[in-house]
Design a protein around this ligand. Structure first.
Ligand code: SF4
Length: 683
């Protein structure tokens, strides 16, 4: 038995992990004692990684649809067929009718290759991934205020913060090792404020819990600013030197009196005042937020509202401060960084910039489209309307995780060609014309980027089962079948080197340097050869004068509020023991034992009103569909709000969720809609 150094494949914390290998099989994992993020710890998901990559539960050879079934075929046959169909579609209907959805679970190299395949082979910017439905508002919102849409500080900064604010995130459930570090910081004397309608584990430990009404984040932030300006607590010299737009914001929030804020948020003026006082006066306050901010139709404005607060109080650019989106998937930061978004190439280089397009056209020797690319949801709508003919979906499961699931399934069924790159036969893979088997993270070299922008090496520990390939190899082979040899890399390091050469914020990174430094945080270049743990220390990259910007905002209710027909507010969440669509964690007996079935979380008072006992069978209905599940009674949810996790394909909560979208990022409003709950007669 030997141990291979790697990184946990689940959440964006990016814990160091040793893979114990025996006879070409991962038989166990172990934590890495000196790892800068995880410090010798793993959470329950991390400890159970081996089950998720077990070849016995995997697809291990290409599958081709034949009627209602799949038949195994050779790689040559699968790639020949797919290339021929793509060639026909491109020739007849053009490159806007094809699209690629890449994978926030796959490596940076896989993601770089997939966006290059879209842009250089299919010649379209129709490339997107699941950041669209988690943190695209972070990328867009922080880009408007700071000039860079990522965590400004490092996770280790919780050790240096005097105050930690967790806003719309359940950290101990979803980013457990960071959650533990926050609890330790609290035990060491840091103050903790949690803003969440739910009474999360951290909310129960917090100095202040702010249980605002679902979706009233902008009103709360405006109310905090009202008090801060009224009391003269703003960071005046910082603002004068480094921020624009202050006068308008200050005038705007005069209307946001504590009484008005109480009407919109349910938070009393006294609690609001204490929050404002603690945040404005803290020597170092670190604000972290999650999808309780982003997954709204006003998600981008929610992010801007938090950014306003951080800037007005000058809580940025120093250790223990900053605005820090907690990214969900192990490499969702990396998939964004690699340019798997319709509007940017790697390193957030705009596709609308002629010079940038010319640079990539020259490097790839292929003209670059000037036509706007589509988001993943726009691609689904185009598929539904017959305007999208072929899609390649790598490792994502939109049939389970996108909103309004029935519509998504109908859209995917309408495609002439659906190719899915997967390890397991997920709900989306079951709809495919071809399923191509991919190597797991333990079967390939590459890099993941965690949510603090740390690019870390993962290493091949075992051979992939049967004929599984990496996503970048599949992209390269398919490109070759379509007559483009520009993706014919021999190693993942070659992919990374090409990306780094074309991407200024990664230009100082090599595999050797990443290995020597336990990862490096971007930007990493000549001026910052060992990376950048804290962004914006002197200037903001937003504009030439180096200043950030605050922006005045009006609040907005969720698009669908409870009414007589659908009287309960509905939200979605994650659970500690499962991950994403559950395709990996539900293979682990220990994790499956802890939470084996889907559930609807409901306050005891609501349960009593509906005559429901613990685990009673219920039907949950919204305007878009219905789901049968069972009740889990918990006082952690407020009265009038119910919640479902999205890991369970037998209780797919996204049949219920709303497709109302953030106008800027097209983020659907996954965190709020209205439902009705009825008792079912039989389980
Ligand atoms: Fe893996 Fe996240 Fe758990 Fe760390 S906290 S072990 S990265 S799932």
């Amino acid at each position: 038995m030997h141990t291979v150094s790697s990184i946990c494949p689940f959440c964006g914390v990016g814990c160091g992990m040793g893979l114990r290998v025996d006879n070409n099989r991962i038989v166990a994992v172990e934590p890495v004692p000196n790892h800068p993020v995880s410090q010798g710890k793993l959470c329950a998901k991390g400890w159970n990684t081996a089950f998720g990559v077990d070849p016995e539960q995997r697809i291990t050879q290409p599958l081709k649809r034949q009627g209602h079934n799949f038949v195994p075929v050779s790689w040559v046959e699968a790639l020949d067929d797919i290339a021929e169909q793509l060639r026909d579609i491109l020739a007849n209907d053009g490159s806007q009718t094809v699209g690629v959805i890449s994978c926030a679970r796959a490596t940076n190299e896989d993601n770089y290759a997939l966006q290059k395949f879209a842009r250089a082979v299919l010649q379209t910017h129709n490339i997107d991934h699941c950041a669209r439905i988690c943190h695209s508002p972070s990328v867009a919102g922080l880009a408007q205020t700071l000039g860079s849409g990522a965590m400004t500080n490092s996770m280790a900064d919780v050790d240096h913060a005097d105050l930690i604010v967790i806003w719309g995130a359940d950290v101990t459930e979803n980013h457990a090792i960071l959650g533990g570090r926050i609890i330790q910081a609290k035990l060491n004397g840091a103050k903790l404020i949690v803003v969440d309608p739910r009474s999360t584990r951290l909310a129960k430990l917090a100095d202040l819990h702010i249980p605002l009404h679902l979706g009233s984040n902008i009103a709360l932030a405006n109310g905090l600013l009202h008090i801060i300006f009224r009391e003269g607590w703003q960071a005046s010299s910082f603002l004068a030197e480094r921020v624009e737009g202050l006068d308008r914001l200050q005038a705007h929030v005069t209307a946001w009196t504590p009484e008005r804020v109480q009407r919109e948020t349910g938070i009393t003026p006294e609690l609001l005042y204490r929050f404002a006082q603690m945040y404005a006066h803290s020597p170092a306050a670190m604000l972290c937020y999650g999808m309780g901010i982003t997954q709204f139709a006003c998600g981008t404005n929610n992010v801007i509202a938090l950014s306003n607060l951080v800037l007005v109080c000058g809580q940025i650019g120093r250790a223990g401060t900053g605005i820090n989106p907690l990214r969900g998937q192990n490499n969702v930061q990396g998939a964004c960084d690699m340019g798997c978004l319709p509007n940017v190439y790697s390193g957030y280089q705009s596709v609308n910039d002629e010079e940038v397009r010319a640079k990539f056209a020259h490097a790839w020797q292929v003209p670059q489209s000037e036509q706007q690319g589509m988001t993943s949801l726009a691609m689904m709508h185009a598929a539904r309307d017959g305007a999208m003919r072929a899609m390649i979906i790598a490792g994502e499961d939109p049939a389970l995780t996108d909103p309004d699931q029935t519509e998504v399934v109908n859209a995917l069924k309408k495609l002439d060609l659906l190719v899915v790159l997967e390890m397991h036969l997920t709900a989306t893979a079951q709809l495919a014309d071809y399923v191509l088997p991919v190597a797991s993270f333990a079967e390939k070299d590459g890099t993941f980027t965690n949510c603090e922008r740390r690019v870390q090496r993962v290493r091949k520990a075992i051979e992939p089962p049967n004929s599984c390939l990496t996503d970048w190899q599949i992209a390269g082979e398919l490109a070759r079948h379509l007559g483009n040899d520009g993706l014919s890399w021999q190693t993942s390091e070659q992919v990374f080197s090409e990306m780094a050469a074309l991407t200024p914020i990664f230009s100082g990174m090599t595999y050797d340097l990443l290995s020597q430094n336990q990862g490096l945080q971007w930007p990493c270049h000549d001026l910052a050869p060992l990376g950048t743990p804290i962004l914006h220390q002197q200037t903001f990259p937003l504009q030439a004068n180096g200043k950030a910007r605050v922006i005045s905002l009006e609040s907005a209710e969720p698009a669908e509020m409870p009414d007589a027909e659908y009287p309960l507010a509905f939200t979605t969440q994650r659970l500690h023991f499962h991950y994403g669509c559950g395709s990996m964690t539900r293979c682990a007996p220990v994790l499956e034992r802890e939470t084996p079935l889907g559930l609807l979380l409901m306050n005891p008072s609501d349960a009593q009103q509906y005559g429901l006992s613990q685990h009673a069978p219920v039907r949950v209905s919204s305007r878009r569909g219905q789901v049968d599940t069972r009740v889990e009674i918990t006082a952690d949810l407020p009265v009038g709000v119910v919640s479902m996790p999205y890991h369970f394909n037998e209780a797919p909560c996204n049949r219920l969720t709303n497709t109302a979208q953030d106008p800027i990022t097209k983020m659907p409003e996954l965190k709020a809609c209205a439902v009705r709950v009825e008792r079912r007669v039989s389980p």
